[in-house]
Design a protein around this ligand. Structure first.
Ligand SMILES: CC(C)(COP(=O)(O)OP(=O)(O)OC[C@H]1O[C@@H](n2cnc3c(N)ncnc32)[C@H](O)[C@@H]1OP(=O)(O)O)[C@@H](O)C(=O)NCCC(=O)NCCS
Length: 219
């Protein structure tokens, strides 16, 4: 069981993505190796198909989340998709989860944290079920789903995982709000730190240049 201390220690800044992040989302997905693209999309997606998927992302209907590193690279991204042509109330209350984490950032719990965030968001939006479609060989994805309590149904090379979500409450709403604000602060801090780094680099360059001029003048 997670204690408040471990939850705080494992806190990961997860931002809600907007249309302005489309290009970063494309770069993230294009950086996935062929086998990872195959696992993510269920087929060997070409660059063009990845671009089409990103161009078609509906940031109003669906929810996209991302984790940025200190260089502001999108290292992990999740898509919580709602069916555009849901016919029944049950279909409308079901969302499909898809995720990817860049190879160098795997095994740090980002995939699981994004899943937690998707569960929280789904609950707060009145969603009662999460659905995950994964290839049966995708041990990591199926572990994330199973750890969260999902029922996994294997059908040969394909698997489907279903997770029932509890209704939202005050805690789930506050949790999401606080998480979002903290992630925005974290991102602004990273932007600031990066600018400071660039500024310090510039100051160093100018110093080196002046030093070089002084050395030449004294020769
Ligand atoms: C699936 C994926 C998102 C997992 O990301 P991640 O950040 O490395 O996952 P986490 O660190 O949160 O690990 C989650 C769980 O899976 C386990 N796991 C991770 N990699 C594993 C592997 N290769 N085999 C078995 N289990 C694995 C972890 O041990 C952890 O379980 P635990 O908490 O019980 O220890 C990542 O591997 C990925 O991007 N794969 C390519 C795209 C993809 O498959 N997307 C899913 C289909 S929608």
């Amino acid at each position: 069981m997670k204690t408040a201390d471990t939850a705080l220690f494992q806190w990961v800044p997860i931002r809600t993505l907007a249309p302005r992040h489309r290009e970063r989302a494309a770069l993230h997905l294009l950086a996935l190796e062929p086998h990872d693209r195959y696992l993510r999309f269920g087929f060997a997606a070409t660059d063009e198909q990845v671009r089409r998927y990103v161009d078609g992302l509906d940031f109003d209907r669906d929810e996209l989340f991302g984790i940025f590193n200190r260089n502001l690279v999108l290292i992990a991204m999740a898509h919580l998709a709602y069916s555009p042509d849901a016919k029944s109330a049950e279909q409308r209350a079901t969302a499909e989860f898809g995720v990817s984490v860049l190879k160098q950032a795997r095994g740090r719990g980002y995939g699981a944290r994004l899943f937690d965030r998707a569960m929280l968001h789904g609950r707060n939006r009145g969603c009662t079920r999460l659905f995950i479609h994964a290839l049966s060989e995708n041990a990591a994805m199926l572990k994330i789903a199973a750890n969260a309590g999902a029922t996994v149904e294997r059908d040969g090379s394909e698997s489907a995982a279903w997770l029932k979500l509890p209704p939202d409450d005050l805690v789930s709403r506050v949790d999401e709000l606080v998480g979002q604000h903290a992630a925005e602060l974290d991102f602004r801090f990273k932007v600031h730190a990066r600018r400071m780094g660039e500024l310090m680099g510039l100051v160093r360059d100018v110093g080196d240049h002046i030093g070089e001029k002084a050395r030449i003048a004294s020769e």
